[in-house]
Design a protein around this ligand. Sequence first.
Ligand SMILES: Nc1ncnc2c1ncn2[C@@H]1O[C@H](COP(=O)(O)OP(=O)(O)OP(=O)(O)O)[C@@H](O)[C@H]1O
Length: 307
Amino acid sequence: MTNETAVAFTGVTRSFGPVRAVDGIDLTIPRGETVALLGRNGAGKSTAISLLLGLDEPDTGRVTLFGGSPDRAVAAGRVGAMLQEGRPVPRVTVRELVAFVARTYPHPMPVSEALALADLTDLAGRRVDRLSGGQTQRVRFAVALVGNPELIVLDEPTAALDVEAREVFWTSMRGYARRGNTVLFSTHYLEEADASADRIVLIDSGRVLADGTGEQLKRAAGGSLVSFDLAGAPSEDLPLLPGVTSVEIRGDRARLHTDDSDATVRALAERNAIRGLEVAPVSLNDAFLTLTAHAPAAGTRTLETTR
Ligand SMILES: Nc1ncnc2c1ncn2[C@@H]1O[C@H](COP(=O)(O)OP(=O)(O)OP(=O)(O)O)[C@@H](O)[C@H]1O
């Protein structure tokens, strides 16, 4: 680990009774990187974030922020967080709330700057209990960043926001990241992870399944999807065709994930199995489903991509 490391998980586990919520995570995030923690419900994202913020302790392993304990980094005002649970909203204006929070940090940014970064300048005088869901989320973002943290941690920041509100939110977030800050956010939304993060860490059953850019994840899951009508032909040997990494049969339609679509299509042509043939790049959504569907019951299978 170097001075340039913002976040480091080393062999971290955390169980709740029989549930291994975090099951051996090793993860290093350099300063200045924007990382998405991507996973379905119950994957272990919130537990990992609680450990990272020092709100919970690992059973084994260690989490460090900027080379020290999470508590130390939080106490020094180096970390801002936007967690899932909402707090009761007080009857103050947006500016008053953000200014109040700023006073609790050692090196806050000017309140007007936090409001501008969160796109709240026009709403500064509005009462916080009279805002829409998207506006409230931006207030929570301003509260998380007014302390001028080097690392900001956002647990599903856009849950329940519509497409437009999400776009506004991510524009704000990217503005903050561009200042050289480190951002870690969790999400179920693949497009969001791909659009807003430099790097995606795919988590399932408390383990890191893949770690790389959206492009690398797509490649790791098989580069293309070749589909065609079986027209009653047998499908048992399709997994053996060149390039094929996985096969799905839906009714009479076969969908082959392949990392060499040319070779797969040639082999299909030789079998004369080209009715309704389509070749498409794997979408991030397909990549996610393929990777998580293959999660093993035991043992770590990290699809570590070359970074
Ligand atoms: N305090 C707790 N007590 C018991 N089980 C817990 C506790 N916290 C988390 N778990 C379990 O640990 C697993 C991981 O939960 P976690 O909340 O970390 O997932 P998540 O990826 O954040 O899910 P979501 O996307 O739904 O928020 C789940 O099976 C959950 O039920």
